[in-house]
Design a protein around this ligand. Structure first.
Ligand code: NI
Length: 265
């Protein structure tokens, strides 16, 4: 009953055994996956995955690393893909000042473009923010991203910022990093922020949780993140899994047996 809200199953690290990885996810109780594109080619593969597997949904967008590749042609293609039936978000988009693989000014322009696209097609956004908290929040506000809401993925900011993020109508997705020894700040966020604002994710093949750290990550390991949140909050794994599944379904408007119709913000 887990919802891995952030996977990159189209990554070349899964080229050899993608099918087996997806099967293991199902066996481990992963009920839903959102595969997140990071470029046009990745967005195309994401759409293909959503057509192949009924429990995989998708997001399309231009990652900050690839920001310099956004032009009129790629933007038009992303707009077209965003309107494919099982695409439920625009992502991943944002700012990365750690790697700085695209110039910061370009990252900011493209982040704004992607938020505008999300508002145009009425989809929530999946934000990547690495060492760019201030600019990310500023752009989110200036571009009125709260109109569509979304996720701060692999949340790595402070508790104070987390409170601001949820006030803006966004959810926080926690991943494998929560299980690392140096995760003090993120553990505090997981402890203090109510479960109704949290999601779980893998960001596979990256950020593998303990005790698998060092190996390639995969959706089946999302259970380890739920387990860690349960331990921190003093809840059962089932409660955490169910709540984060419901939160994700509500955000992405994924139907099925989900009863509540509206988002609580
Ligand atoms: Ni990612």
């Amino acid at each position: 009953m887990y919802f891995d809200t952030h996977a990159h199953l189209d990554d070349e690290q899964f080229a050899e055994d993608q099918k087996a990885v997806i099967q293991r996810a199902q066996e481990a109780g992963v009920e839903l996956i959102v595969n997140v594109g990071y470029h046009v080619s990745s967005a195309v593969q994401t759409v293909e995955l959503t057509q192949k597997y009924d429990f995989i949904y998708g997001a399309v967008g231009m990652h900050p690393h690839e920001a310099q590749d956004l032009d009129e042609v790629s933007l038009a293609k992303l707009r077209e893909l965003a309107q494919t039936p099982r695409i439920v978000a625009i992502g991943e988009i944002g700012l990365d000042y750690y790697y700085d693989l695209s110039p910061r000014a370009t990252q900011q322009t493209v982040f704004r473009e992607m938020i505008r696209l999300a508002r145009e097609v009425r989809l929530p956004i999946i934000i990547h923010d690495r060492e760019a908290h201030e600019d990310t929040l500023r752009i989110v506000k200036e571009e009125k991203a709260s109109e569509v809401g979304g996720i701060f993925h692999c949340y790595s900011g402070s508790l104070a910022m987390a409170k601001e993020v949820i006030k803006l109508g966004f959810l926080l997705a926690l991943g494998g990093a929560l299980t690392f020894k140096n995760a003090r700040k993120t553990v505090e966020v997981a402890k203090e922020i109510p479960l109704e604002y949290l999601l779980i994710e893998t960001d596979c093949p990256y950020l593998t949780p303990e005790p698998y750290r060092g190996k390639r990550n995969e959706p089946a390991y999302v259970a380890k993140v739920a387990e860690k949140i349960a331990e921190i909050k003093g809840l059962s794994i089932e409660e955490v899994a169910q709540a984060t599944l419901d939160n994700g379904k509500r955000l992405f408007k994924i139907e099925g047996d989900f009863k509540k119709a509206s988002f609580p913000f």
